[in-house]
Design a protein around this ligand. Structure first.
Ligand code: DC
Length: 222
C-alpha cells in the first residue's frame, strides 16, 4: 500500500537520545510522535499495579490486552485515556519494561496496536524493532548509535534532572543488563534493519541529529 506520508522508524539502544530526536523530527515534519517504549513501560506499570509478575509472559499479555493505549498530540502516552507522566520513567519501570518486552505473548499483543497507530503514515515511531518488525516497510528508517559510556552519562543526567537519587555507576550497570536483554532476546531483538541509515550520535547534538534526519526525510518524500 502506498501511503501519502511516510512512516519514519527510529530505532536504537537505551539512552542514545531516540525520544528527543524522534520528538524533534515529528515536530519539524508536523507528524505524530509515537514512543513505543512508553507502551512497554505502561504495560509494566499496569502489571505492577495489579500484582502481575513481570516474568509471567502469558499473564502480562492478558493484562496488556485489557488496556487501551493512545498518544496525545504531544506524544504523551495515555493509558485508558489517562496520562502516566513520569510514573513510567523511573529506573524500576525501565527494568520492568525491558522484562515484559522479552515475552513473545506480550510483543504479539502490542504489535497490532503499534501498527494501527502508524498505518496511515505521517508518523515518527521510535523503539527497538520498528524498522525490523513493526514497520519493515517503513519508508524511512534510522538506527541511532553511541557508546555505552556516553549513553549511560546522558541517562544519568536525565534522571538527575528529574530528581532521581541515582549514581552513574548504577545507571551504567542497569543499562548494561537491559542492553544485553534487549539485544539478545529471542523475539524482535534490537537490531539495525538492513535498509536503515545508521546515525552516530556520540559527538553531535540532538538538534544536529534532528536536522539530519528531517532533511533526509524531506529530500526523499516531498
Ligand atoms: O525506549 P525505552 O527505554 O523507553 O524502552 C523501554 C523498554 O521497552 C526497553 O528496555 C526495551 C523495550 N522496547 C522494546 O522491546 N521494543 C520497542 N519497540 C520499544 C521498547
Amino acid at each position: 500500500m502506498r501511503r501519502s506520508k511516510p512512516v519514519v522508524a527510529i530505532d536504537g539502544p537505551s539512552g542514545v537520545g531516540k525520544s528527543t530526536v524522534a520528538k524533534g523530527v515529528a515536530s519539524a515534519l508536523n507528524y505524530q510522535f509515537i514512543d513505543t517504549g512508553a507502551i512497554y513501560r505502561s504495560v509494566a506499570f499496569a502489571a505492577k499495579t495489579k500484582n502481575v509478575d513481570w516474568q509471567n509472559g502469558a499473564a502480562v499479555a492478558k493484562e496488556a490486552a485489557t488496556h487501551h493505549f493512545a498518544f496525545d498530540l504531544e506524544g504523551n502516552l495515555l493509558l485508558d485515556g489517562a496520562p502516566l507522566g513520569d510514573m513510567i520513567r523511573t529506573p524500576e519501570m525501565s527494568e520492568g519494561a525491558s522484562t515484559v518486552a522479552k515475552h513473545s505473548e506480550v510483543r504479539e499483543v502490542l504489535l497490532d496496536i503499534q501498527r494501527q497507530m502508524g498505518i496511515n503514515g505521517g508518523v515518527v515511531l521510535e523503539g527497538r524493532d520498528i524498522g525490523t518488525v513493526v514497520f519493515p516497510d517503513a519508508e524511512a528508517k534510522f538506527f541511532l548509535v553511541a557508546s555505552a559510556k556516553e549513553r549511560a552519562r546522558r541517562r544519568y543526567l536525565q534522571l538527575k534532572e528529574k530528581g532521581e537519587d541515582v549514581s552513574l555507576d548504577d545507571v551504567e550497570k542497569a543499562q548494561e543488563i537491559r542492553d544485553e536483554r534487549d539485544a539478545c532476546r529471542e523475539v524482535a531483538p534490537l537490531r539495525k534493519a538492513d535498509d536503515a541509515k545508521e546515525v552516530n550520535c556520540e559527538d553531535i547534538s540532538a538538534n544536529e541529529v534532528i536536522q539530519l534526519i528531517t532533511r533526509s526525510v524531506i529530500s526523499r518524500y516531498s
